[in-house]
Write a protein that binds this ligand. Structure first.
Ligand code: SF4
Length: 259
């Protein structure tokens, strides 16, 4: 059951398509605004409409280039590094527009966020990032812990007794077996503190679509891969994670010890 829930993967083209649609919408809106403002700008300075127009064309072309770069990355084709650092800034700017456009077509925000995570994960995997286990930080949300568990694991996950009641015990066992750092974070602030303190080379985050979307952007340029949690009891309560999927991702990103 958990596996079938986890395999309901969001489509990558949904996010990219909505971002491109948002890009065209914003460019058209800026063009309309520029037309309206032209007479006023001309009154200030004769060449101001041309200067503002050139700036808007530059911004629109640049962000379109960054989006095309993302499409190339998803397709596994060569990309321009110049665009990489601006991609998430552009996503942050266009995302609210994408959500509104998605709403018109009956697409839920969560689906779009899930599609972002799928795109981001694919780019991560295609970039062939491999890190030693001790340089990998695995973060999970607090809601993964069984709500009735009396042990305080948020400051020290070693307090978990591995009773089998939730996936925290499974992740603890896996971290001992493989050697990665595992931490349970109660929120984005604590997660950021843990990242700052541990200085990992990569992060594997387990969370819902919304938290993964913001978390992956927050830790950039640190590479981060996301695994969606499973919510059989609704959001933020006794959530689960598909451990087979976690292992599959770990196998791809953790360097073999003798390599
Ligand atoms: S596995 Fe650990 S965290 Fe989960 S219920 Fe058991 S003791 Fe608590």
């Amino acid at each position: 059951m958990l596996k079938s829930l986890a395999l309901a993967r969001p489509k990558k083209r949904l996010f990219l398509g909505l971002l491109l649609a948002s890009e065209f919408f914003v460019a058209a809106a800026l063009y309309g605004l520029w037309i309206i403002c032209c007479p006023g700008l001309e009154n200030i300075f004769e060449y101001l409409p041309a200067i503002v127009g050139a700036f808007l064309i530059f911004v629109s072309t640049f962000s379109f280039g960054a989006l095309c770069n993302m499409v190339l990355a998803v397709k596994g084709l060569p990309t321009l590094k110049l665009f990489h650092r601006y991609s998430f800034a552009i996503i942050k700017f266009l995302f609210p527009v994408s959500v509104r456009i998605g709403k018109i077509f009956g697409i839920k925000r969560r689906q779009i966020e899930g599609s972002f995570v799928a795109v981001s994960n694919l780019i991560f995997m295609k970039s062939g990032i491999k890190v030693p286990a001790k340089k990998l930080l695995v973060l999970s949300p607090h809601c993964l812990q069984l709500s009735s568990c009396p042990h305080k694991i948020t400051r020290d996950p070693n307090n978990c007794k591995r009773c089998g009641g939730c996936n925290v015990g499974d992740l603890m066992k896996l971290s001992e077996e493989m050697g990665f750092t595992f931490f349970v974070a109660t929120g984005g602030t604590l997660a950021r503190q843990v990242v700052m303190k541990n200085r990992p080379q990569a992060v594997l985050a387990i969370a819902c679509e919304r938290d993964l979307m913001s978390g992956i952007q927050d830790v950039y340029p640190l590479p981060a891969v996301g695994v969606l949690n499973i919510r059989p009891n609704g959001p933020c309560f006794n959530t689960r994670v598909d451990m087979d999927e976690v292992r599959r991702v770990l196998d791809k990103i953790v360097e073999e010890k003798n390599s």
